[in-house]
Design a binder for this molecule. Structure first.
Ligand code: FES
Length: 103
């Protein structure tokens, strides 16, 4: 396991989600009611970045076919998606967002 720096925390100001590529992976970081969450950014259904979708009441809606995932758990929650997202621990240190990617 390794913590990797993703973005400046200020990049989430006024936004629900941002997407970044770190360590060769796309990661989406969300701010919901003041708490941070991180998931894989690539949809499990096709080639779409979830960070380009809409956050709706705790869910991220894929911009391509409108599948839904629960942000806090990564659970697939609305057709056509059936496979869950990977989720990652996330923290802020000295104004920077960090996520712990699995090995
Ligand atoms: S690519 Fe995301 S729902 Fe199809």
């Amino acid at each position: 396991m390794a913590w990797v720096e993703v973005a400046d925390a200020a990049e989430l100001d006024g936004r629900d989600v941002i997407g970044r590529e770190v360590e060769g992976r796309r990661v989406a970081v969300y701010r919901l009611d003041g708490a941070l969450y991180a998931t894989q950014d690539l949809c499990t259904h096709g080639q779409a970045c979830l960070s380009e979708g809409e956050v709706v009441e705790g869910y991220i809606e894929c911009p391509l076919h409108y599948g839904l995932f629960e942000i806090a758990t990564g659970k697939a929650a609305g057709a056509p998606v059936t496979r869950d997202l990977a989720t990652y621990p996330v923290r802020v240190a000295e104004g920077r967002i960090w996520v712990e990617l699995d090995a």
